[in-house]
Design a protein around this ligand. Structure first.
Ligand code: NDP
Length: 450
């Protein structure tokens, strides 16, 4: 059993059974058996079941959102968006089964046809920072392509995933097609990697664990997608709409209390507007509302755990604090939004993923320096460029080594566009029109006309 603690009250909200290695093997055997029937379900019927699943999620948005508020401390506004994202992703990929067509290629002596064959059992390993969306980005396209799915939620945040699996069953998914298995990463997650029936792993989490999973998958040449850490740059040029850039910067890094792999945690500001921008940012940070996440006006809740708070604080202790926002006192893993001044790009808070509401600011002189500083990191997941100069936006977008960029915006994720990282931020892409095909292997069949 593992206990689920509210990050707001620090009290136990639920206890959830933790699967053993034997129970994991049993679940994998059921998923393997279910694959035979699921892959044979006609594409139109699979599509209908996924649409029904999306409808049921839609009817339970409020319940799922409230569950996430009490389990993860997400603001109610964010939690509703997250549940809605699962619905939208299911609806989007419900169109995939009938569109996974291959090619017909004329060749000498006959014709060749290609087929997208589902892989088998797919293992999805989910972190605690976005329990619902990250689960959906894995399970929806995998199911659409005809695979069965076993999903391990993070030990800290299993509740919404468990509920989503129930809704899947209610929607009519056959037993064993979509299984949620709460438990330890070192037990359940490891078993997904080592069990030969699991043909692909979708992992989101730390770069360290991702590396280990990649090595494990290599043993069986197992397919995998990795969505790992980030240290994204938010580059503000002197010609930008500074008011807009400063107003957007807090959400760009403090959303979800900064526990976001896309957090714009390195703020690069062109020197002539550095002081003015910091003045505007200070006002925006002071106005950023950190309160009980169940409150409709909350913009940020607490961190996920006491351990995460200790880890975040360790980056601030020896750094120069420019200014901070506010956070409630008393119970709860609260940490105030914090703006640090970087004196060089070598400082620990500038280089490492903090995963908390902390942003480091550094001035730069010209476009080349901005790109060089933005790229001086092992990560490459997200980022933003603020400028009114279209040519510069284009040049810098092409120059910054990252998987996802926004110009004059800090948004990162849309279910209809590919999402993923470069360098040590990950491998492969989730979401977008090609994600269901990424859960298949292409088979080529030659038909002789002789
Ligand atoms: P982890 O990478 O440890 O955990 C992510 C998921 O992987 C969890 O479900 C975890 O299970 C599981 N897991 C852990 N070890 C293994 C293993 N050996 N084999 C298979 N699965 C495993 O992240 P943490 O929760 O420890 O967070 C640490 C840091 O990682 C954060 O502070 C942040 O910097 C980064 N991170 C980045 C995320 C992102 O979105 N890119 C998401 C989460 C974290 P369990 O629940 O048992 O830990």
């Amino acid at each position: 059993m593992s206990t689920v603690i509210s990050p707001v009250t620090e009290e136990v909200v639920a206890t959830v059974p933790a699967a053993s290695a034997e129970e994991t093997d049993e679940a994998l055997a059921r998923a393997q058996a279910a694959f035979t029937t699921w892959r044979a379900v006609a594409p139109g019927d699979r599509a209908r079941l996924l649409r029904r699943f999306a409808t049921l999620v839609d009817e339970h948005i409020e319940e799922l959102a409230q569950l996430e508020v009490s389990n993860s401390g997400h603001t109610i506004g964010n939690a509703r968006w997250e549940a809605g994202n699962v619905r939208d992703v299911l609806a989007y990929y419900s169109a995939a089964p009938e569109r996974l067509s291959g090619q017909q290629i004329p060749v000498s002596g006959g014709v060749a046809a290609t087929f997208h064959e589902p892989l088998g059992v797919v293992g999805v390993i989910v972190p605690w920072n976005f329990p619902m969306p990250i689960a959906g980005w894995g399970f929806a396209p995998a199911l659409a392509a005809g695979n069965t799915v076993v999903l391990k939620p993070a030990e800290l945040t299993p509740l919404t995933a468990v509920r989503l699996a129930e809704l899947g069953l209610d929607a009519g998914l056959p037993e064993g097609v979509f299984t949620v298995l709460p438990g330890k990463g070192s037990v359940v997650g490891e078993r997904f990697v080592t069990h030969p029936a699991v043909r692909k792993i979708c992992f989101t989490g730390s770069t360290e664990v991702g590396r280990r999973i990649m090595a494990g998958c290599a043993e069986q040449v197992k397919r995998l997608t990795l969505e790992l850490g980030g240290k994204s740059a938010n580059i503000v040029f002197a010609d930008a709409d500074l008011e807009k850039a400063a107003a957007a910067a807090p959400t760009g890094v403090f959303d979800n209390a900064g526990q976001d792999c896309c957090a714009r945690s390195r703020l690069l500001v062109q020197r002539p507007v550095y002081d003015r921008f910091l003045g505007l940012l200070e006002q925006a940070v002071a106005a950023f509302r950190v309160t009980d996440p169940a409150d409709e006006s909350a913009e940020m809740g607490p961190l996920i755990s006491a351990a995460q708070r200790t880890s975040v604080a360790s980056y601030v202790d020896d750094a120069e604090v420019a200014f901070r926002g506010t956070a409630p006192d008393g119970k709860g893993f609260w940490y105030p939004p914090t703006v640090l001044l970087a004196t060089s790009s070598e400082e620990r808070h500038w280089r490492e993923e903090i995963f908390g509401p902390v942003v480091s600011v550094l001035p730069f002189d010209d476009e080349d320096e901005a790109v060089r500083l933005a790229n001086d990191t092992e990560y490459g997941l997200s980022g933003s460029i603020w400028t009114r100069d279209l040519g510069r936006a284009l040049r810098v977008s092409r120059g910054v080594e990252t998987g996802n960029l926004s110009v004059n915006s800090n948004s990162s994720v849309r279910y209809s566009t590919p999402f993923g990282g470069v360098k040590q931020s990950g491998l492969g892409r989730e979401l977008g029109p090609d994600a269901a095909a990424a859960f298949t292997d292409v088979k080529t069949v030659f038909f002789s006309s002789e």
